[in-house]
Design a protein around this ligand. Structure first.
Ligand SMILES: [Zn+2]
Length: 593
């Protein structure tokens, strides 16, 4: 790996488009800090149209600046995490953020206090654009308590993430995994990140060893982890009760105004369509030539050494070619992004690992990559460009108040891009081995983003239901988890010792009712791709409008207008049909090699 200074400018992102220098960044921080006291003048005056309009104007002007400050400090510190000076920028931002939040904290409670009259205010000059924002605030009224009770809750909020923090310490700091052993008897280190590598290995002894040693450590800590998760369930139950919700799930889904039907439809539809998944288990068993298929056999690729090389320039060309079905406007902007240094392409010493896209209004999107010349990386690249394009369209179209989209919509544009890259590669690849590789990647996408997350979502639902009844125990959680997993993989999958503890490894469970959105987003993207392919321009325009919508309407409505109604089973059924045809195709291609 090289030092950052050795990488060509054209392959690094251009932060001068945010601030010319760290000095300018600091100047902006001072400006914001200085302006915060101006909010005081509006306290208690928000029921007057003029005061309200001026206050919100200030709020969103500063919100824009705060986000630019955040963007710059984050990207700067990710370039080389060894540089203390850049890390310090992040610390300064956190301070600024706390001050900003404190300064604006009176606004929402005061608006809730105004109540229904808010909608009248929304008809006044300069306030029309806030109609959706006000509606969203009023939605919470029923669940907002008296000011003194809210203050008490706010004081308690510091400990609402205790369970999650404790789990984080056990999981990241305390756990030490026994070394794993490969087929030649060599030892390898086992960590959370190396586990994923070992489980993809063609060496079955190594895979089994990784799985065994990983779960063994969770077995040792089963009482502590079990209790920390149960405490987390309790916290949600208590909060839901205090805030007048019928259940934890209702409380969490209402944050983005998602109807409960969306959740239950997802679970029910997958429940009724499991044959293709079971077929996949059988195919895998045959291809790997094993007597029994175990859960540690599901991550290894069905074709050997097939992830052929592709350099960055060719990957960009291929991605742009694949995006053509998304129309000229989309492709032109994506091309411009690649050419004008939105992307930080290669690894360097100290650079943050992984990949992400980060965008705020007022400047173009940014993408962090660690591009390593593989097909897999090309998929990551188009995925992140999807996020970037979603942000770009939203920021071009929406005022600051609606300039961010919800998590519920966040993984749609990224997976739509991936689907089109997959389609493009399949259309231009004839070699059966390479086709199996691509099919396997796509099927893994379905497995990881849809089926796995639905299993997790069902586990969460049942765990919270048990907590609601006061009947949750560690043993009950184990039993549910194993039962759900057996349903996911079918009768021909074998579960090694301690598999029932799998749930205790998942940090996401501390963000209750979060993971189902991976699954709904993925189904929506499959449905949207079908629509764009079959219905052409109208469907495409509707899709682009959703990308331009930000949070100007509720997510579920933005999606409906794009032609996907997640309160019905149709989009999930469409995804299942698509999956079944992938499994068919996999079977056919495998017979050719
Ligand atoms: Zn993503």
């Amino acid at each position: 790996m090289v030092e950052r200074s050795m990488i060509a400018e054209k392959d690094k992102w251009d932060l001068t488009n945010i601030f010319k220098s760290v000095e300018e960044w600091k100047k902006c921080v001072d400006e914001i800090t200085g302006a915060l006291k101006d909010f005081e003048a509006f306290r208690g005056k928000l029921s007057e149209p003029k005061g309200l309009s001026k206050c919100l104007e200030l709020k969103y002007e500063l919100d824009r600046k705060v986000k630019l400050v955040l963007l710059y400090s984050s990207l700067k510190s990710d370039e080389d995490t060894r540089i203390g000076e850049n890390q310090a920028l992040r610390g300064q931002f956190m301070q600024l953020m706390a001050m900003y939040n404190a300064a604006i904290s009176f606004i929402d409670p005061e608006l809730i206090e105004i109540g229904e009259d808010l909608m009248k205010l929304a008809t006044e000059d300069g306030l029309e654009i806030y109609k959706q924002y006000f509606d969203d605030i009023l939605r919470g009224k029923k669940h907002t308590l008296d000011a003194d009770k809210e203050e008490l809750l706010a004081k308690m909020s510091e400990i609402t993430s205790s369970a999650s923090n404790i789990f984080g310490m056990i999981n990241n700091a305390d756990m030490v995994f026994e070394d794993v052993i490969d087929k030649d008897g060599n030892k390898h280190k086992l960590t959370h990140s190396s586990a994923a590598v070992h489980l993809k290995s063609e060496d079955r002894i190594l895979r089994e060893s990784a799985n065994t040693n990983m779960l063994k450590e969770y077995e040792v800590r089963k009482n502590t982890i079990g209790q920390s998760f149960i405490e987390n369930l309790k916290k949600d139950r208590i909060l839901a009760n205090i805030r007048n919700y019928n259940s934890s799930i209702e409380m969490k889904l209402s944050e983005d105004n998602i109807p409960l039907d969306v959740y239950t439809n997802l679970l029910d539809t997958i429940e009724a369509n499991r044959e293709s998944l079971y077929r996949l288990t059988d195919i895998r068993k045959k291809v790997l030539e094993v007597d029994e298929l175990y859960t540690y056999d599901i991550m290894v690729s069905l074709v050997k050494d097939s992830d052929s090389d592709i350099n960055y320039e060719d990957a960009v060309k291929t991605v742009l070619e694949s995006l053509k079905p998304l129309g000229e406007e989309y492709c032109k902007k994506a091309k411009e992004g690649f050419e004008s240094r939105w992307v930080d392409v290669y690894e360097n010493i100290g650079k943050r690992s992984g990949a992400y896209s980060f965008s705020v209004p007022g400047v173009h999107p940014y993408i962090l990559m660690n591009f390593n010349d593989s097909i897999h990386d090309m998929f990551t690249l188009t995925h992140e460009m999807g996020h970037a394009m979603h942000s770009y369209f939203t920021h071009q179209t929406q005022p600051q108040v609606y300039s961010s989209y919800t998590i519920f919509l966040a993984e749609i544009a990224s997976t739509v891009n991936e689907a089109f890259l997959y389609e493009h590669l399949m259309a231009t690849t004839t070699d059966p081995k390479n086709r199996v590789y691509l099919l396997n990647e796509r099927i893994d996408n379905f497995r990881n983003t849809l089926f796995r997350q639905v299993s997790f979502a069902e586990f969460e639902k049942r765990a919270h239901e048990l907590a609601q009844k006061g009947a949750v125990t560690r043993e009950a959680l184990n039993e549910i988890f194993l039962e759900i997993n057996r349903k996911e993989y079918g009768p021909n999958m074998k579960f090694p010792e301690n598999s029932e503890l799998g749930w205790s490894r998942i940090p996401h469970f501390y963000r209750s009712f979060y993971v189902y959105q991976y699954a709904t987003g993925f189904c929506a993207s499959v449905a949207l791709v079908e629509k764009i392919k079959n219905e052409g321009q109208l469907a495409l325009d509707a899709y682009l409008n959703m990308l331009k919508g930000g949070s100007s309407k509720y997510s579920i409505d933005l999606l409906k207008e794009a032609g996907v109604d997640l309160t019905t089973k149709a989009p999930i059924e469409a995804a299942m049909k698509n999956f079944a045809s992938l499994v068919d195709e996999l079977e056919q291609e495998l017979s050719k090699i």
